[in-house]
Design a binder for this molecule. Structure first.
Ligand code: AMP
Length: 281
């Protein structure tokens, strides 16, 4: 497996791969890999001849006072795990390689980025779409893989790819969870043992919402009220948002019908966790 740090070397690598007639997959990540990331890489390997995983903690998607500096990093471990699942090359550029002095261009998807995590984290999606755009231009993948864990991000990226006529396919991979239901996240390492226990309230609350809907509840306010009640009963949890939106275009809905996204963001102590569930009725 190659570990590549510069845009020029990445381009040279991909040129060779494409000249040989191989298809290329890209799995963008911020590293500190877990089974969620590895699921994306395995899917990518099934689908394409060559898998490039990017590992780049993108400063432009972090807000002031967020965790950019302390975000967990372990390149040696990441390289071992990526190689085990068949990744062919890791693209791990330094920040100055991606954003040299004078950098001045941003990609912004409107509307879809206004609510949910976009409301809570101003500028976050602008940073995401900008870096993903750059990664697509550098690696020129045939297929790129993203996780349902970041449901809004997946929808925003699909929109960007369609709007800008980007010549690649986007595949969204289901959420990978710990055995007790906690969605895997690099940020789970921030949790103390008590917080790790308290964090189970996210999945429990999503399951409760699912149970209510499956039992016939169709009122969005009714389901949200019950979800808030459960989350607020957990002393270590502070709700950022709890929402039920149309799963296709994230539009605000009052009645549950078709495919809906039940999404939440909750601080457990100081750590902000997100999770979601797709429900179809
Ligand atoms: P991150 O490194 O957190 O930016 O995540 C990189 C990619 O992995 C994104 O497309 C995420 O949606 C995806 N991902 C992260 N956690 C999970 C998970 N638990 N299950 C599935 N995909 C995930």
């Amino acid at each position: 497996m190659r570990i590549i740090h510069t845009v020029r070397e990445m381009r040279d690598y991909v040129r060779g791969v494409k000249l040989a007639g191989h298809t290329v997959a890209l799995v963008p990540t911020m590293g500190y890999l877990h089974e969620g990331h590895l699921a994306l890489m395995r899917r990518a390997k099934e689908r394409c001849d060559v898998v490039v995983a990017s590992i780049f903690v993108n400063p432009k998607q972090f807000g002031v006072g967020e965790d950019f500096e302390r975000y967990p990093r372990d390149m040696a471990r990441d390289a071992r795990l990526a190689e085990e699942v068949g990744v062919d090359a890791i693209f791990n550029p330094p920040v100055e390689e991606m954003y040299p002095a004078g950098y001045n261009t941003y990609v912004e998807v409107e509307k879809l980025t206004e609510g949910l995590c976009g409301a809570a984290r101003p500028g976050h999606f602008r940073g995401v779409t900008t870096v993903v755009n750059k990664l697509f231009n550098i690696v020129q993948p045939d297929v790129a893989f993203f996780g349902q864990k970041d449901a809004q991000q997946a929808i925003v990226i699909r929109q960007m790819v369609a709007d800008l006529n980007m010549p690649l396919e986007i595949v969204i991979v289901p959420i990978v969870r710990e055995p007790d239901g906690l969605a895997m996240s690099s940020r789970n390492v921030y949790l103390t043992p008590a917080e790790r226990e308290a964090a189970l309230v996210l999945y429990r609350t999503l399951q409760r919402a699912n149970g209510l809907i499956m039992a016939g509840e169709r009122s969005v306010p009714a389901v949200l009220t019950e979800m808030r009640r459960m989350l607020e009963a957990e002393p270590l949890a502070t709700v950022d948002y709890v929402e039920i939106r149309d799963a296709g275009d994230l539009s605000v809905i009052d009645t549950i019908q078709g495919r809906v996204l039940v999404a939440l963001a909750v601080f457990i102590g100081r750590t902000r966790l997100i999770d979601n569930l797709l429900v179809e009725v």
